[in-house]
Design a protein around this ligand. Structure first.
Ligand code: NAD
Length: 477
């Protein structure tokens, strides 16, 4: 049985109730987590506050950095164990689970080095004054985390918040929290003071909501769906608590006729099948210039046909989806597509070894998806790629910007002027040119515009969001 981790100790929920942990590869429960309560959240927030006002708040930036570095090394040393936990909990193929564990170590490494580089400024003002700005931590930060990349999102969110000097209360997804409980234990082992990192598991509308509403939380970082992002922002608005929202995407891969198709092909495939398409920045729309539309789709179809789907431990191209309701969601999209007469170009294969009770979905390539169809507008969050064609640059921009999202875009062209024009005209938080980084780039500020959210995590930029600026004006004559 998994317990909360509060003030460096395992803690049972006051509810005395648990939730099952299910292996997506066979759909079977194999462990339990605590079904947390608002009282558990309260205990975690109080522990974080004590730590912030006590040992954690008294550390210098360099000392915080050293602790984060120790945690990074510990996570690296335990990366196989963490990858195995994540594999079973989330159904991640081995390569992906390992990559996630190493990314977690890399986030801590990056933010370890950043701690003592964050500083304020002196500002020119009137004669006889000295004016300073300080970057101060918010205090207690709340982190609500989704199930698709628990370790990576914990690393970027909690890593940045700790580097800036905050103490953290984390509410992982009820579908994926086992690895994060282990990471918090590792942090305690390397010397993080009690209360610096607290984990409370449970259901979103119970503990996630309680965290967002808690008066002792000074900043909320939420990564998840736009629907819940709205609820979080509304809850936080009641007490004017700042929020960072990392929400969904419907990211376009825009391929011009002059692109190097040899580079385009593997990247476009990977950007939609990585993590079974359950990636906020998945390249889920493929926009292709008329003259190369047919040849590209033909080759992509061949590539999709070769993709194999199966249990996480088989480490194939694609693992299972996280849960049955997610599988049903993907089926609903595909059934809508069929009713709308949208043509299927190709599908991968679910291998015979995949248990019937697992949550599998073959990667699917669809063509000529109308821009208004929900497949071109909404997140499927599965390995489904919607292809459509464009006439020219203006038409490509129009289609790229024709959703409520704006997270990431990929542009493929050899024309230097067009690279820059497209990067300016596409509305998104990141633009990749002749490459695509679904979920990648510890150093690169990440976040969205429009319904993809606001605020930035990753990179040094995240530290500005995890701090507040104080201006100190000294009149000394
Ligand atoms: P979700 O919104 O259902 O859940 C996210 C988290 O919010 C979970 O921990 C959940 O328990 C919690 N939650 C649910 N209801 C809540 C409530 N009423 N109050 C407070 N917390 C609540 O999202 P999900 O299904 O776990 O993840 C998939 C979504 O996350 C997709 O939309 C995806 O695009 C998005 N996502 C975005 C990013 C990004 O960086 N932009 C990264 C990963 C995932």
């Amino acid at each position: 049985m998994q317990l909360h981790f509060i003030a460096n100790a395992p803690v049972r929920s006051s509810s005395e109730r648990t939730l099952p942990v299910i292996d997506p590869s066979d759909g079977q429960p194999y462990d339990t987590i605590q079904r947390g309560t608002p009282e558990d959240i309260d205990a975690a927030v109080r522990a974080a506050r004590q730590c912030f006002e006590g040992p954690w708040g008294k550390l210098s930036a360099a000392e915080r950095g050293r602790l984060l570095m120790r945690l990074s090394l510990k996570v690296s040393a335990c990366s196989e164990e963490l990858a195995a936990i994540e594999q079973r909990d989330c159904g991640k193929p081995t390569k992906q689970a390992r990559a996630d564990a190493l990314a977690l170590a890399r986030y801590f490494e990056f933010y370890a080095g950043a701690c003592d580089k964050l500083h304020g400024e002196t500002l020119p003002y009137q004669e006889g004054y000295t004016v300073l700005t300080w970057r101060e931590p918010h205090g207690v930060t709340g982190h609500v985390i989704p199930w698709n990349y628990p370790m990576q999102i914990f690393g970027r969110s909690v890593g940045g918040a700790l580097a800036a000097g905050n103490a953290c209360v984390v509410k992982p997804s009820e579908d994926a929290c086992v690895s994060l409980i282990r990471v918090a234990q590792l942090a305690a082992e390397v010397g993080f003071p009690a209360g610096a990192i607290n984990i409370v598991t449970g259901l979103g509308h119970e503990v996630g909501d309680a965290l967002a509403r808690h008066a002792g939380v000074d900043h909320i970082s939420f990564t998840g769906s736009p629907r819940v992002g709205t609820l979080i922002q509304q809850a936080a608005a009641e007490r004017h608590c700042p929020v960072t929202l990392e929400l969904g995407g419907k990211s376009p891969q825009i391929v011009f006729a002059d692109a190097d198709l040899e580079q385009v092909l593997p990247t476009v495939v990977n950007a939609i099948v990585q993590n079974a398409g359950q990636t906020c920045s998945a390249g889920s729309r493929l926009l292709v210039e008329d003259s190369v539309y047919e040849p590209l789709l033909e080759r992509l179809g061949e590539a999709f046909t070769r993709l194999r789907v199966g249990p996480a431990a088989m480490d194939l191209d694609v693992g299972p989806l996280i849960r049955q309701s997610q599988q049903q969601r993907v089926w609903d999209f595909l059934s809508d597509a069929q009713h709308a007469g949208i043509s299927l170009v190709a599908q991968g294969t679910v291998v015979d070894e995949a248990p019937q009770s697992g949550f599998y979905q073959a990667p699917t390539l669809l063509r000529d998806v109308p821009v208004a169809h929900r497949l071109a507008q909404e997140e499927v969050f599965g390995p489904v790629l919607a292809a459509m064609r464009f006439r020219d640059e203006d038409h490509a921009v129009e289609l790229a910007n024709a959703t409520r999202f704006g997270l990431v875009a990929g542009v493929w062209t050899r024309d230097g002027g067009r690279m820059l024009r497209m990067a300016r005209r596409v509305r998104s938080g990141q633009v990749f040119i002749n490459n695509y980084g679904a979920g990648g780039g510890v150093e690169l500020p990440f976040g969205g515009v429009k319904s993809s959210g606001h605020g930035r995590e990753k990179g040094f930029e995240a530290l500005y969001g995890f701090t507040t600026l104080k201006t100190v004006a000294i009149r000394h004559g």
